[in-house]
Design a protein around this ligand. Structure first.
Ligand code: HEC
Length: 389
């Protein structure tokens, strides 16, 4: 039993460097514009016309052929105000961002107009581009509304995704056509791959970016330097199993002590995308039973080449590293939103369960076995965390 305790201490996953003040509400703010039904359909953004206007295109076409020369159409692009502000600040789209493309009829003849086109009352379609790295593979989804009914995302195989991925200047969006956003992109470095066909405006803004840096600008493109980073569009889909960790968490833990009593401790946790969004690092902070600070960092990544998870745990306060899962040892099992990491230490088998009922909370439970998995001491450590950010 003594041995178990020593182990549990080394295994405490990854707490936070910042202890959030008591009384901090354990519920994340829900300022995201996106709302979903219980079935996961996106609700129609009723007030998008009161959002921030980005641009209009007139008869834009992306191929040589097609299009009807006798029929003109505008498209108007809007973004929700919170995402707009966030983009101006960071040059990035935050989770929850919603962009709307509204197609409208164009007319030439009306009132006093003699030349050129104006927009009509006829809305010919509303398409939404919504970011939610926890919900959607690749981080984004398109939804095409026919009316105002909640609507499912367009499947990821549609050409919407490939064109936006290949040609959109910033994170699969066409910022190269949104003039008021171009300046903000100077604050972002290439966390997206550079695009061969970027508009010259983008090159100009990249030049401005390096000029800004020289002048003490504050580029935030490196995900390891931003608060939570962003998942890479190239990340293996397996990585999404741990995306729920990304953000800031606060909660309580308890552990069984060798004398049979249970010790409780406060715990906080920060999960981030690192490695250009190809891996997740999860830091956990908690006081050890003797009151000294404990810091542990878990690194979670998936190697699609070898089809294996790689999970490593760095006990910073104890200064040792445990390689928990790789191609020859341990495993990660995903069941719905829950994840179990199985690993071995000499003489001890460990199961760490992440039970994830929703976006706002999760429970971590560590079970140990001293007889190769025949019998288990469950809940050796148990922590319940609530999302703060
Ligand atoms: C061949 C390239 C291409 C394809 C395919 C494509 N788009 Fe776009 N999309 C664009 C361009 C270019 C813009 C910028 C339009 C503008 O400035 O008015 C855009 C803008 C948008 C926007 C505004 C937000 C943003 O991401 O910049 C939405 C929403 C959108 N498209 C939805 C869709 C949907 C839904 C589909 C599939 C049914 C689709 N697009 C397919 C090129 C494409």
């Amino acid at each position: 039993m003594k041995r178990c305790w020593a182990l549990t201490i080394m295994l405490l996953p990854a707490p936070v460097a910042v202890c959030v003040g008591q009384g901090a509400p354990p519920v994340a703010s829900t300022t995201s514009a996106a709302e979903y039904t219980a079935e996961g359909r996106l609700k129609f953004p009723e007030r998008y016309r009161e959002w921030v206007y980005l641009s209009s295109g007139l008869d834009m076409r992306y191929t040589e052929e097609g299009g009807n020369p006798n029929h003109s159409m505008f498209d108007n692009v809007f973004v929700d105000p919170r995402a707009y502000q966030e983009f101006l600040r960071t040059g990035k789209w935050a989770d929850g961002t919603m962009l709307v493309l509204e197609a409208r009829g164009a007319a030439e003849k009306g009132s006093i107009n003699q030349h050129g086109h104006f927009q009509t009352r006829e809305v010919m379609g509303v398409e939404v581009h919504v970011k939610d790295t926890k919900r959607f593979q690749g981080g984004w989804a398109f939804v095409a509304f026919r009316g105002r009914e909640p609507t499912d995302a367009i499947p990821q195989s549609a050409d919407c995704y490939s064109c936006h991925r290949e040609h959109g200047a910033v994170d699969t969006t066409f910022v190269q056509f949104y003039p008021t956003l171009l300046d903000a992109t100077t604050r972002k470095e290439s966390s997206q791959q550079p695009r061969a066909d970027r508009a010259s405006a983008d090159r100009a803004s990249a030049d401005r970016a390096s000029a800004d840096r020289g002048a003490g600008g504050n580029p935030v493109s490196d995900p390891s330097k931003t608060t939570y980073g962003e998942i890479s569009p190239n990340a293996p889909k397996e990585l999404h199993a741990f995306s729920f960790l990304v953000g800031k968490w606060d909660g309580k833990g308890k552990t069984k002590l060798p004398n049979g009593t249970v010790a409780e401790f406060p715990v906080s946790c920060i999960g981030r995308y690192v490695f250009d969004g190809m891996a997740i690092a999860d830091e956990m902070h908690a006081p050890a039973p003797d009151g000294s600070p404990f810091l542990g960092i878990s690194l979670l990544q998936y190697d699609p080449g070898r089809k294996t998870w790689i999970v490593e745990f760095l006990n910073v306060s104890g200064s040792f590293l445990r390689k928990q899962v790789n191609s020859t040892a341990g495993s990660v099992e995903v069941s719905g939103r829950n994840v179990t990491v199985a690993s071995e230490s000499p003489g001890v088998t460990i199961r760490e369960h992440y039970l994830v009922p929703d976006d706002r909370s999760f429970t971590y439970r560590l079970d140990v076995s001293n007889d190769g998995g025949r019998s288990w001491s469950t809940g050796q450590i148990e922590m319940t965390l609530h999302r703060v950010e």
